[in-house]
Design a protein around this ligand. Structure first.
Ligand code: ADP
Ligand code: MG
Length: 457
């Protein structure tokens, strides 16, 4: 039964943010389950209340997923909580944490406990050498490496943007580690915007705002601020961050900011902050294409000691397309399930683990949908899009549609050739290359692709 819990936790881990998972679910101890009641042990009452009101639903779902249909509770899952003070939460929730202690002069990330300074410790698992580089994240990766070599010179600020689970946090931590190694004198602060907000509120309430400002403005050489979109609509924190930003920038300190949307699209973000972000380097991360997804799976399997054959890797990579965290979560769930059931990791088992995923993929745009939206946008006919016509007014939309299919769906080149009126796969490869290079050079192409991406959702 402990195994079922482990496997449910693995599923939860792939659904929640790392900070939330580590804070709230990782410390929970499983004591068993009887009928429809789980017995869980937590460090204090507050924990129980918080999980009960925020995570009970996802927790029930993850648990029930582990059970055979006939074992699932007919009614809602119940939990009995035991308080066990010996259990220590690994990191106390930021808002409840005393932050008054002064920062140590040098923050080297991995060894820093949160109480000792601002921000959070760096995640020891995220480095450049376990980050798989592909066309979709190449630019963000290159900019991050450049920043780590010479922080505060080029690419300042660096703004990383990309959807959920595509490697922003990984890259930021990798920058932190590398700067700590190459520039031992630099004080690095890694903090999520959520934590920054909590620390700021805490400082306001405890009259320690001067201390807060010192930590972020004068005792920091490199600020890595994750998930800035969290500041949306929080005027006072934005104001504080604006001044932090300016102070650091004027002192030639490196600033890196990540967001799950493009700077202008952060709702209720002050114009002057947005223009600060845009004054530096903006690098985006797109969902990885098929080959990169396979490489990520293989890398992860190797790191976890999981034997994964080619066919299974391909199957997972074709099904889970838009989120690397989910890709990894699937692999771990698969390994746990194979272990529990004493079955080999083959496509049959993979299909079972991925059951339910099809509902999700059904909402994905298909090749047809991309062709249709592209035709509408450029006002060309579908038959022309699939024809051999070579004039630019048709060839460009065709190439863009091919590019979008490849990027978003990871469809193979030969298959795309077929779906675009029976073209050779090299034609598709050239189209994707061409658009990729035009995106850098040609604002019109970039706008068209951006608009289409948005329409496709
Ligand atoms: P984000 O912060 O953009 O939501 P994360 O950085 O947390 O995403 O990435 C989610 C998971 O996927 C992490 O475990 C991370 O290590 C992994 N990951 C993302 N991109 C890559 C990549 N290119 N190579 C290897 N692992 C990756
Ligand atoms: Mg993140």
């Amino acid at each position: 039964m402990q195994d079922l819990w482990t496997s449910a936790l693995a599923a939860l881990k792939s659904q929640l943010s790392e900070e939330n998972f580590d804070t709230w679910l990782a410390p929970v101890q499983f004591d068993g389950c009887e009928g429809d009641t789980l017995s869980l042990r937590v460090p204090n009452r507050f924990f129980a209340d918080w999980i009960q009101s925020n995570y009970l639903e996802v927790l029930s779902e993850a648990w029930c997923d582990q059970l055979a249909p006939e074992q699932r509770p007919a009614d809602r899952l119940k939990v009995t909580w035991q308080i066990d003070e010996r259990l220590q939460p690994p990191a106390q929730p930021a808002a409840a944490r005393p932050t008054a202690a002064p920062a140590k002069p040098q923050v080297t990330g991995t060894t820093t406990r949160p109480e000792e300074g601002s921000g959070a410790p760096l995640n020891p698992r995220y480095h450049f050498d376990n980050f798989v580089v592909g066309p979709a994240n190449q630019l963000a990766h290159a900019a991050s490496v450049a920043v780590s070599q010479e922080p505060g010179t080029r690419f300042n600020p660096l703004f990383l943007y990309g959807g959920v689970g595509l490697g922003k946090t990984h890259l930021m931590n990798a920058m932190g580690h590398t700067i700590a190694t190459n520039h031992p004198g630099k004080r690095i602060v890694y903090v999520s915007a959520e934590r920054f907000t909590n620390e700021f509120i805490w400082a306001l309430q405890h009259h320690s705002i001067e201390n807060f400002r010192q930590r972020y403005r004068t005792q920091c050489d490199v600020l890595l601020m994750d998930d800035i979109q969290f500041l949306a609509g929080r005027e006072q924190t934005q104001e504080e961050f604006f001044h932090t930003f300016n102070a650091l920038y004027q002192a030639d300190c490196q600033i890196v900011v990540s967001s799950d949307v493009y700077p202008q699209q952060i709702q209720e973000m002050e114009e002057r902050l947005i223009s600060r972000f845009q004054s530096g380097m903006v690098a985006d991360i797109q969902p990885p294409e098929l080959d990169t997804r396979i490489a990520i799976l293989n890398r992860k399997a190797q790191a976890e000691g999981i034997r994964l054959d080619e066919e299974v890797a391909l199957f997972i990579a074709q099904t889970v397309r838009n989120n690397v965290r989910e890709l990894e979560g699937t692999l771990i769930r698969l390994a746990v399930k194979a272990d529990l059931l004493k079955r080999p990791i083959d496509t049959a088992l993979t299909r079972e683990v991925l059951r339910g995923h099809s509902a999700h993929t059904r909402n994905m745009p298909s090749v047809e949908a991309i062709q249709k939206v592209t035709c509408e946008f450029f006002n060309v006919r579908l038959t022309d899009l699939k024809s051999q016509k070579r004039q630019r007014s048709i060839a460009l939309p065709r190439m863009i549609a091919m590019y979008l299919c490849r990027q978003r769906l990871g469809t193979s080149y030969p298959e795309l050739g077929d779906r675009f009126g029976g073209k050779d796969h090299t034609t598709v490869i050239n189209a994707v290359r061409k658009i990729t290079s035009l995106l850098d050079k040609d604002a019109q192409v970039r706008d068209a692709v951006d608009t289409l991406e948005r329409r496709l959702g």
